[in-house]
Design a protein around this ligand. Structure first.
Ligand code: PHE
Length: 339
């Protein structure tokens, strides 16, 4: 009986089939009720007890071989059918649903794109910074109240190491690396210790611009900002510069754009004013140039900085700042885009 089983195992291992019917015939021959395996099971009852263990194992082995062989013959036929059959493997696949870019990324990309067309290149710096790059090199005196104004986060046990509260630190990092002409645009995340609400968050995003060369004037700054505003919000957009103060620019200004909703007539978006504030700017203070190793008798420059959330709010009328960082897919799905 052992030899019969051995012969059957060899026979099973050598099986082949041309089509599904042949596979089914083999299944019936070996594995059905009246098949070879069951016939052996019947004979098994009559064998002496001391042979049962070995015979039982051999029959199980045969059964497993037969099952595996028949299944693999069936699979091979299916693969052959797919490859040569009715399925068109050259057909374009069903479209894969793409994710969406984050609205802040869309706005950042648009801002960077506009300035890169004006000749600005990208510069980046670390979010965990030292006091020098964020404040001292930017002309903030040690006891300057503006340091409080920016609600700095300190890294515990290191009063000198902080989370940057504005991207102006990248101005310093760029100037220490490079002599003029400098024309960079620096997007990045900044941190301020503020209670989280619909209108404030402990982190947000800015884009900084810096241009230093010979004979750079306030008129150059104004023209570049006008071009930016018109690219960003439409060609009818007007700008207005109001005097302001920043430690690192002199003179300094804040820029408004004509309301993106009412165009200047006055509406709830601009609270009747017709203007919306979007950025801070000014001529780089000569003290900043000197602190960063640039000769202020030869070079002048301008800088500007804006909040990406602010611009995104104006573009998409997002009422609650927290939506930008909560990753609610219902919100993110609103920003389908191709880029
Ligand atoms: N750093 C300023 C802020 O965070 C913005 C600014 C940048 C103003 C560059 C002038 C020039 O508010």
């Amino acid at each position: 009986m052992i030899e019969r089983i051995q012969k059957l195992i060899e026979e099973v291992n050598a099986l082949h089939a041309q089509n599904a019917e042949e596979v089914e015939a083999l299944r019936i021959k070996y594995l059905s009720k009246k098949g070879e395996v069951n016939a052996l099971m019947n004979d098994f009852r009559t064998v002496p007890a001391e042979m049962k263990k070995e015979l039982g194992m051999r029959i199980n082995e045969l059964k497993a071989c037969a099952l595996e062989k028949i299944n693999s013959l069936r699979d091979a036929l299916q693969v052959a059918e797919v490859a040569g059959g009715d399925i068109d493997l050259t057909r374009t696949p069903y479209p894969v649903r793409l994710g969406t870019r984050h609205p802040l990324t869309l706005v950042k990309n648009e801002i960077v794109d506009i300035f890169s067309r004006l000749g600005f290149t990208l510069a980046e710096g670390p979010e965990v910074e030292d006091d020098w790059h964020v404040y001292s090199s930017m002309n903030f005196a040690d006891d300057h109240p503006a340091r409080d104004m920016q609600d700095t986060f300190f890294v515990e046990a290191h009063p000198d190491i902080i989370l940057r509260s504005h991207t102006s630190s990248v101005q310093a990092r760029t100037m220490e690396r490079q002599q003029p002409p400098i024309r960079v645009i620096c997007p990045g995340r900044v941190y301020r210790n503020e209670a989280i609400s619909a209108r404030a968050h402990c982190f947000f995003h800015q884009v900084e611009g810096l241009y230093i060369d010979k004979n750079v004037s306030f008129a150059d700054l104004k023209q570049v900002l006008l071009l930016f505003a018109q690219e960003m919000f439409g060609t009818d957009t007007k700008i207005r510069l109001r005097p302001s103060y920043f430690p690192f620019t002199e003179p300094s200004a804040e820029m408004d754009v004509s309301c993106t909703i009412c165009g200047g007539k006055g509406c709830s978006m601009c609270k009747g004013a017709g203007w919306l504030e979007i950025l801070g700017c000014g001529m780089v203070d000569p003290a900043v140039l000197e602190a960063n190793g640039i000769d202020s008798t030869q070079y002048t420059g301008y800088a500007f900085g804006m909040g990406i959330e602010r611009i995104a709010n104006l573009k998409y009328q997002v009422k609650d700042l927290r939506l930008f960082s909560e990753n609610d897919v219902r919100f993110l799905d609103e920003f389908q885009s191709a880029n």
